[in-house]
Design a protein around this ligand. Sequence first.
Ligand SMILES: *[C@@H]1O[C@H](CO)[C@@H](O)[C@H](O)[C@H]1NC(C)=O
Ligand SMILES: *[C@@H]1O[C@H](CO)[C@@H](O)[C@H](O)[C@H]1NC(C)=O
Ligand SMILES: *[C@@H]1O[C@H](CO)[C@@H](O)[C@H](O)[C@H]1NC(C)=O
Ligand SMILES: *[C@@H]1O[C@H](CO)[C@@H](O)[C@H](O)[C@H]1NC(C)=O
Ligand SMILES: *[C@@H]1O[C@H](CO)[C@@H](O)[C@H](O)[C@H]1NC(C)=O
Ligand SMILES: *[C@@H]1O[C@H](CO)[C@@H](O)[C@H](O)[C@H]1NC(C)=O
Ligand SMILES: *[C@@H]1O[C@H](CO)[C@@H](O)[C@H](O)[C@H]1NC(C)=O
Ligand SMILES: *[C@@H]1O[C@H](CO)[C@@H](O)[C@H](O)[C@H]1NC(C)=O
Length: 536
Amino acid sequence: MMGALSFLIFWFSVLTLFCQDINIAAYTLTPSQSILDGQTLLSQGEKFELGFFSPTNISKNRYLGIWYNLNVVPVQTVVWVANRESPLKDTSGVLKIGASGNIVVVNQTEGVIWSSNVSKTVDNPILEFLESGNLVLRDVNNSSSETYVWQSFDYPGNTLLPGMKVGWNSKTGLNRKMSSWKNFDDPSYGDFTDEMANTGYYESFIRKGSRNIYRTGPWNGLGFSGAPDLKDNPIFTYEVVRTADELYYMYQLVIKSVILRYVLTQTGSEGLLQRLTWVEKANKWVNLVSIPRDRCDDYGLCGAYSTCDSTIVAVCQCLKKFKPKSPLDWSETDWSQGCERETSLNCTEGDGFIKYTGVKFPDTTGTWFNTSMNLEECRVKCLQNCSCMAYANTDISGDGSGCIMWFTDLTDIRQMNNAGQDLYIRMAASEIDLHANSKMKKRVIIIVVFTIVSGMIVVVLGTWYFWKKRSLKGGHSEKDDLELPLYQLVTLASATNNFSEENKLGEGGFGPVYRVNFDITGSVHNAKYSLHCDGK
Ligand SMILES: *[C@@H]1O[C@H](CO)[C@@H](O)[C@H](O)[C@H]1NC(C)=O
Ligand SMILES: *[C@@H]1O[C@H](CO)[C@@H](O)[C@H](O)[C@H]1NC(C)=O
Ligand SMILES: *[C@@H]1O[C@H](CO)[C@@H](O)[C@H](O)[C@H]1NC(C)=O
Ligand SMILES: *[C@@H]1O[C@H](CO)[C@@H](O)[C@H](O)[C@H]1NC(C)=O
Ligand SMILES: *[C@@H]1O[C@H](CO)[C@@H](O)[C@H](O)[C@H]1NC(C)=O
Ligand SMILES: *[C@@H]1O[C@H](CO)[C@@H](O)[C@H](O)[C@H]1NC(C)=O
Ligand SMILES: *[C@@H]1O[C@H](CO)[C@@H](O)[C@H](O)[C@H]1NC(C)=O
Ligand SMILES: *[C@@H]1O[C@H](CO)[C@@H](O)[C@H](O)[C@H]1NC(C)=O
């Protein structure tokens, strides 16, 4: 009798186990299941692992976290931590779906150490660990992302994975931001954050407490104004998204096999935002970018109306037509006071604008913008308002579009190498006339000098030619005397694909220079030819 009962119980257990196995995939957790310290849950495609860990073998503290599956990245690399501020002191931690429908971490005595804290509940909650590394709590019958009750991607730690958002959601009131660990052994909140600004135009900041450390510059359709390294790379896309409810930045992998993460680290009092990639051959994380990159990335180093150029020893320079506000401090490399106009504005007299090229746009806090206006409309609108200090396009993709206007002193500008944008700064009319006049004068002088010199050359050459022709009576044919070979326009046209842009090498003083595709001389190949005719 007892034997039969044991037999039945045994088979019942096997059946239950079997049923659980077929009903519930390994990457989910139901209210009847739990994860103990030492057990882990793998993500859908086994890239990530969820469980209890200690940051180093120095500390005994236990945290619930997510790291790369050690088969993928053999060095423990934690990307998210639940109980950052409340470590377990032993290995008694348990992860489960609590009675309230929340995800909870409890200790030995069922005391709640950490909770997902959502008030909204669902009838049939299930925890699912997605391949992206996102841990989501949702209803068993609804896997649509809009209906997630809770997701770890909404609460980034020091790591940004592909698909995670940094920014605002006005509907949920969330401000998703990265935050550094206190140090490599302590995941509790450190001093640094990386967050999207919600004042001004779309830009993000690294902050230490409430102090700005670094600013990306506003989004210009292709990248952030001051972070040109994000543009046009084959590995990941990077974008700022603005919808009715949300404003965030996010990156996504193009090459899915690449393992890439952003991490905001704190070492002592220094904070760094790094982009790292796992290099399997080298068996280590390789740092691709560290921000801030140089002195000019330090927020506001140079003060108002000055620009930072890291290629110069005295990195701060007043913008053209501006002078140091405090010349003494300035000469002693205290640039904090910034610069002021050489000629102050007089709006009633009428102002104008001077174009400054290749700059990282100033801090956009307090700016006004309209993304459907064009540059000319922007100029007119800015001119009409005496407190408008500068204007520019918001978007530089294509021919440029949109309008942004600054109403405060322009701060945190830097000179970009081979990048940067055009900024139009308000200037007294007298400065602009003077500017135009001096330019015109220069032009006149150049033209006069050029005419005189070329006239003299013609006279000298002419004299020399006639003198030579007379003394050498019929020595050479005229053609042999020419140094440059001459080609028929048709030949040149076909050799340069009808003077296509592809063949264009650049513009010289005489006009555009093209590369020829095939041998047009019999001896010269792939040489450069200038076209000495106007236009083409
Ligand atoms: C801790 O780990 C490091 C390397 O991971 C190792 O060299 C060291 O011996 C370990 N210390 C202890 C106390 O286990
Ligand atoms: C478990 O957690 C509760 C609440 O945080 C706490 O009061 C209790 O002392 C803890 N028990 C143990 C054994 O750590
Ligand atoms: C949940 O709420 C409690 C009490 O309000 C708070 O102490 C705790 O930090 C919250 N946890 C999270 C993860 O927000
Ligand atoms: C959820 O799905 C199960 C079967 O998959 C069904 O029995 C249950 O009624 C559904 N619940 C809701 C609220 O739709
Ligand atoms: C999931 O929830 C959304 C919003 O409540 C609803 O529109 C959708 O029909 C649901 N899907 C399923 C499969 O129940
Ligand atoms: C602006 O120019 C007008 C006319 O030259 C002058 O009367 C006025 O004082 C100036 N205003 C300022 C603020 O310089
Ligand atoms: C933005 O500019 C467009 C085009 O000039 C205009 O139609 C629209 O009303 C402007 N929007 C705002 C909010 O000013
Ligand atoms: C100029 O712009 C500022 C800031 O948008 C605004 O407060 C002010 O009313 C404007 N002045 C005029 C005359 O339009």
